[in-house]
Design a protein around this ligand. Structure first.
Ligand SMILES: Cc1cc2nc3c(=O)[nH]c(=O)nc-3n(C[C@H](O)[C@H](O)[C@H](O)COP(=O)(O)O)c2cc1C
Length: 324
């Protein structure tokens, strides 16, 4: 791959706008970018971490991996092949991924087709239609995870029953953890135009037990709708073979490829990650998916019954540290 000429202002805008639309836990957007000629560094923003809920920085790196995937998709749409390395510089551990762009040619097949989904994708926390996902779409989602070196494990009814029990325990722990409650209050609820999760994106309160995470649990959020959720949710666990910083970034790339592929099939996704935020409970989920892989994200996938309410983003220029 030959090295490309420096990027134009328009190109950097398109690339970083795509990157900042990635999902991140509590929408903290824990990323900074540096552009050096045709090379883009995705850096961890030490001021946007969640030390109580994510002490190892696992979720943060998943978000950065998702942002790196969006960058590659936008680059592909612009006509750049891209190569990337994870944690390229031991002397600068804040650089989580480095992306090298090739000379600009025609749109790169495959990745470029996902570009239009980047701004259409939102986390959807409402009820799904009770309708099976066609096997061909299930296959495409499984393939999307595999293309980025991860595994998507679809839960059967028995595994879902066990997951429901783990989720109840996680919800209970969440409600009684003062540090996490304080931390969530900094990011969840109210009006939040640029970051965090506003009331409008919380989804309705379930009228009967449901497999959904209420991000505002423990807080009063007046005026929220109530709704009955689907009785048979479709749940898949995204896992990686390894459990280290590289694997977390890989999980983020895989997550975003799955999410954009889902969006292209008008599917919506929400997450049940409370079960992965406590080591003992995460161990139970690991057993649930065979005991060999490391669960990184739990996805509820389906056809939405309502329009999705989005979350805000910081302007891309505010995330750019250096450009030379
Ligand atoms: C690693 C990670 C963990 C997440 N965990 C949850 C979760 O447990 N429950 C949930 O509702 N959303 C979860 N989210 C979704 C974020 O809240 C969401 O991506 C963020 O608010 C931005 O909104 P958007 O996805 O609509 O763009 C998670 C996202 C990431 C990347």
């Amino acid at each position: 791959m030959s090295t490309a000429a420096p990027l134009t202002d328009d190109e950097v805008g398109i690339l970083l706008t795509a990157a900042v639309h990635a999902p991140s836990m509590d929408n903290t957007q824990p990323w900074r970018f540096e552009v050096a000629g045709p090379v883009i560094d995705v850096r961890l923003d030490e001021e946007r971490l969640l030390p109580a809920a994510d002490p190892a920085g696992r979720a943060m790196r998943i978000g950065l991996g998702a942002a790196a995937f969006n960058l590659r998709v936008a680059a592909a749409m612009l006509g750049h092949e891209s190569a990337f390395t994870i944690a390229p510089d031991p002397a600068d551990p804040a650089v989580v991924a480095r992306i090298f762009l090739s000379e600009r040619n025609g749109p790169v097949p495959g990745l470029s087709a996902l570009y239009g989904e980047i701004t259409r994708r939102h986390t959807y926390r409402g009820p799904m239609v009770e309708q099976a996902i066609p096997p061909i779409v299930v296959g495409a989602l499984t393939g999307a995870a595999e293309a980025e070196g991860a595994v998507l494990h679809w839960l059967d009814e028995d595994a879902k029953r066990q997951l429901a029990q783990v989720l109840r325990e996680a919800d209970d722990l969440d409600l009684h953890d003062e540090d996490r409650l304080h931390e969530r209050a900094e990011w969840i609820g109210g009006k939040r135009p640029d970051d965090g999760v506003p009331d409008t994106a919380l989804g309705p309160v379930p009228t009967r037990p449901a497999m959904v995470r209420d991000l505002s649990a423990g807080f009063v959020t007046p005026g929220r709708d109530q709704a009955a959720f689907e009785e048979h949710p479709v749940i898949a666990v995204l896992s990686t073979e390894d459990e280290d910083e590289h694997a977390w970034v890989r999980a983020g790339l895989a997550l975003q490829r799955v999410l954009l592929t889902a969006t292209s099939s008008v599917l919506a996704v929400s997450f049940l990650n409370q079960a992965l935020e406590y080591p003992a409970l995460r161990g139970q989920i690991r057993q649930l998916v065979g005991g060999h892989a490391w669960p990184q994200m739990i996805l509820r996938i389906g056809y939405p019954t309502e329009a999705e309410a989005g979350t805000g983003r910081l302007p891309w220029r505010d995330t750019l540290d250096r450009w030379f």
